[in-house]
Structures are given as structure tokens and as C-alpha cells.
Design a protein around this ligand. Structure first.
Ligand SMILES: [Zn+2]
Length: 486
């Protein structure tokens, strides 16, 4: 799950909707899941949490996708509409097709859901992370926020629609995929590259991003991810001839590396805005007051007031929305206590602003360090180190599609009345990037409501309010139907 670190401020519904060119829809009561629908959805959620899908020897994505495949088969889905496939026996993805009744009116809709989770240790938790525990109004377990809750809600939704005999006008696709969180077999990337026909869609809904922010139980804002930064790791290495530590010299690999990192510590990449962040900050300025509001207005001016940007950048969440960021995250060096180091190495993790490529940033790091004795290499998601980085740029913000935002806004506001819907830029990264690169617009929306201070994705004692799960079920049921009816 990409971490949302966007400044979280209320934007008035009218402002947010106007910014999208939308009008507020009338609020009609939505169908809600029955007790038996909920029981099934809970059982699916429990089953998924209790199958370990970490990228570790104990984990198997295939065990989870096979379990879901069995549920679809048992429910009467044709075997030919259930595609279990992948480049590794333990990393099989499941692609489910729910076909239109007749000739489809539009290209399919793809719901993209990663089914792997981040490692969790029993010793770090108060409960067993791979046991589905219901306690104090919450479901606990690894993946309850990221993102088995949406995997389960969408499996349950597809099964319910099928049970009710729902006939969409276009095909609906659900992809449960491997290795979003890590590992060498990213399912989204692999499917786009090797089975484009199975995942080709008019647009992608990725519940691994966005969602409803709660403040003391009150829904404040619904974030829809419309663009995101690109994640990149760089391996920075200093080399030296080494020697006996009783004979130190000025040249020293650890010192060389330290000088480079010192430059990085004080460097800021240039300030930037794009369509999405400009809209967000325009809305934000209307809700803020005092110097902050004045500074936000100043950065929106042409040319932007860079002194105001610098003041706002003291807040890490503003800073990360203004620019590419690079930060040292790991360090190693030397080979013995009594030897001069021959190498010293750091990992520099960058979150690249849309419009720039990893190679462009790598070259900027090389220029910043200005030390020919240092190497700056790219580290791929699979851990492969190379001299140069890819030229791919972050996904450009797609224009909000009315066919997506109209029902999304209407259904969100029926469940969480008065909650404004606004596009945001994610500072993390998700699998949407692979589809965006293939020219398919992606929207990140989880329909999960979480307290702003209770984001436990990737962390200890991950949990989801039970009520939030029921609401997401109701959301996806109505949303899938609305998209299917177009
Ligand atoms: Zn995730």
C-alpha cells in the first residue's frame, strides 16, 4: 500500500466537486448486504488473512489465489473465466472475468488487487498476525488494511452479483496479484506484459490507494489517487584501496561516502506542481487560514513564491508533495575492525515526482555528489543492480473520467454523507504504475474508512474497524453495478 502523506485537510464538497466539473448527485439509499452476504464476506476475509502470502519461505500467494478460485468454481463461475497464472509456482495470479450478458457496450473495467502482504512477526504483535482475530469492534491480522479487506470485499461482491443473476453490460475483471509489496514476480507487471488481453480495460480501479479519512469517527474527505510518484532505490558506493588501520590516511571510503550523504542531507530537489497537486492546494487554500493560507496562495502564483514553498516544506507532507525526495535509508561499510575500509555503501531511496525518470534522478545524484570515485547505481524492485536506471516516468495524471467519478462520488456520499471527493497524488507507489505505463487510466480508491492516526499498514497490530468492512462491501456492490451498467 502506498503511504498517503498528503496534507489532510477538509475540502468543501462543492469546491472538490466543482474542481472535477461534477455536480452533487441526489442521495438515494443504497442496497446493503444481507446477514448471509456479510457472513460470506467475513469468511472470505478470514480465509485470506489466515493464508500467509508474504514473500518468505512460509508464504504462498498461490495458496490464496487457489482458495479464491475454488470459491468461484463452487459458485458456478465457468472454469474458463478463471485464469490462474504466473511466472512462478508460488506466485500464481488469479484473473476472474465476469462477462457481459450480450455484446459488451464498453471496454471492461478492471479491479486490481494485490493479494500479497508484508512480513509480520508473531513476537512483534499482540495477536498472531496470521490469525483473523475479532476484538473490540476490529478485525486484526496482517492485511486487514493492506489490502485483503478489499480483496475479500471484491471477491464477495463478484460472488454476490453472480448469485443474484446480475447481468452487466460490459465485462468486469478482478485481478488478484502477487508481489506488490516485494518479491521478484510482480503480478500486475507480469500480466500487463505477458497477458495484456486478460487485463485490458477501459480503466483500472485499484483499491490499494485512496479511501476515506476519519477524524473521531467523522468522515472528512475521500481521497482518490489520480497520480503517484515513482519509487526508486540507488546504491551509492565509495571505494578505497584500504590498508592497515594503524596507518590511517585522508582517503577513506567511509569518509567519502559520508561527504556525499552530507550533500544529500541538505539538498532539495526543485519545487513543482502538477494538475492534481495544484487542484488540491487550490482547494486547501480556501480551508486554511493565516500564514499557511497565504503561503499556499503564494506557491500557486505565477511564478511561484519559492520562499513560501520553503516555509511550507518544513512539514514533511507538504515537502513530499512539492518535489522529488531522496533519502539515505541503509548503510554498510568496511570489512574488519582493524582495517581501513575498502568500500562503504548506502541505499538512497527516492520518490520521484511525475514527469521525471529514475535515470534523470540518478544523473542528478551523480552531479550533486560530484565525486568520480563514487558509483551511483540503480537497484530494481527485484534487487538487480545496474549502472543506469530506467527511463520510465511516473504516471501522468489522467483526466478524471466522469463514468468513474460520478458513481464513485454518488455512492461515497450515500454511505458517508457530505464527504467531499478529491483527487490526490500518492507519495508512495502502487501497481497502478504498470497500467498507467500501458496507457490505461488508473484510479486508486479503497472505500475503506480509517482514522487518520490509525494507519497500521505494514505495521504492528494491523486492524480494520468491522463497520468499515461492511461499508466497503456496500460500496463495491453498488460501484461494480454502476460501472457494469454503463
Ligand atoms: Zn498495498
Amino acid at each position: 500500500m502506498p503511504l498517503i502523506t498528503f496534507p489532510r485537510m477538509l475540502v468543501t464538497p462543492a469546491v472538490a466537486l466543482l474542481s472535477l466539473g461534477l455536480v452533487s448527485a441526489a442521495q438515494t439509499p443504497l442496497p446493503t448486504a444481507s446477514a448471509s452476504d456479510r457472513a460470506e464476506a467475513r469468511a472470505i476475509f478470514k480465509e485470506l488473512i489466515e493464508i500467509n502470502t508474504t514473500d518468505t519461505p512460509k508464504g504462498s500467494v498461490t495458496a490464496a489465489t487457489e482458495a479464491m478460485q475454488k470459491r468461484f468454481l463452487d459458485a458456478g463461475f465457468p472454469a474458463s473465466d478463471l485464469h490462474l497464472l504466473g511466472p512462478d509456482p508460488r506466485k500464481q495470479n488469479l484473473v476472474v472475468w465476469y462477462h457481459a450478458a450480450g455484446q459488451p457496450t464498453e471496454k471492461p473495467v478492471l479491479f486490481l488487487c494485490h493479494i500479497d502482504v508484508v512480513q509480520a512477526l508473531r513476537s512483534d504483535w499482540h495477536t498472531d498476525p496470521f490469525e483473523f482475530v475479532e476484538k473490540d469492534g476490529y478485525y486484526y491480522g496482517r492485511g486487514t488494511q493492506d489490502m485483503k479487506e478489499s480483496d475479500a470485499a471484491l471477491v464477495a461482491t463478484f460472488l454476490r452479483l453472480h448469485r443474484e443473476g446480475y447481468k452487466p453490460k460490459r465485462d468486469l475483471i478482478l485481478a488478484l496479484t502477487a508481489d506488490e509489496e516485494g518479491g521478484k514476480f510482480n503480478g500486475a507487471s507480469w500480466l500487463v506484459q505477458n497477458h495484456r488481453d486478460l487485463v485490458d480495460a477501459a480503466f483500472v480501479i485499484n483499491p490499494d490507494a485512496g479511501g476515506i479519512e476519519l477524524d473521531d469517527g467523522r468522515a472528512m474527505i475521500a481521497d482518490v489517487e489520480a497520480t503517484e510518484k515513482v519509487y526508486s532505490d540507488f546504491q551509492v558506493t565509495a571505494y578505497d584501496r584500504g590498508g592497515h588501520s594503524s596507518l590511517p590516511r585522508p582517503d577513506n571510503a567511509i569518509y567519502e561516502l559520508m561527504h556525499a550523504l552530507d550533500k544529500l542531507a541538505t539538498y532539495s530537489f526543485p519545487f513543482e506542481l502538477n494538475e492534481v497537486t495544484r487542484t488540491y492546494f487550490t482547494n486547501l487554500a480556501k480551508r486554511e487560514s493565516g500564514e499557511t493560507a497565504a503561503d499556499i496562495r503564494a506557491i500557486l502564483a505565477t511564478p511561484p513564491d519559492l520562499a513560501a514553498a520553503a516555509r511550507l516544506s518544513a512539514d514533511p507532507s507538504y515537502n513530499s508533495n512539492f518535489r522529488t525526495t531522496c533519502v539515505a535509508t541503509r548503510l554498510s561499510g568496511g570489512h574488519a575492525n582493524n582495517a581501513l575500509p575498502q568500500t562503504a555503501q548506502a541505499n538512497v531511496n527516492c520518490r520521484i515526482f511525475p514527469g521525471h525518470s529514475p535515470e534523470e534522478i540518478r544523473q542528478q545524484l551523480v552531479a550533486l555528489f560530484a565525486d568520480p570515485a563514487l558509483s551511483v547505481k540503480y537497484v530494481s524492485d527485484a534487487g538487480v543492480v545496474s549502472d543506469t536506471a530506467p527511463d520510465r516516468k511516473a504516471m501522468a495524471p489522467p483526466t478524471p473520467i466522469k463514468a468513474v467519478f460520478d458513481p464513485l462520488t454518488r455512492i461515497t456520499q450515500a454511505i458517508w454523507p457530505g464527504t467531499p471527493v478529491t483527487p490526490v497524488m500518492e507519495n508512495g507507489a502502487s501497481d497502478s504504475i504498470y497500467f498507467a505505463q500501458a496507457g490505461i487510466p488508473c484510479y486508486g480508491y479503497s472505500a475503506i474508512a480509517l482514522e487518520r492516526d490509525d494507519d497500521r499498514a505494514h505495521g504492528q497490530d494491523e486492524r480494520l474497524p468491522i463497520e468499515s468492512y461492511w461499508k466497503s462491501l456496500d460500496f463495491f456492490y453498488s460501484f461494480a453495478k454502476a460501472l457494469g451498467d454503463e
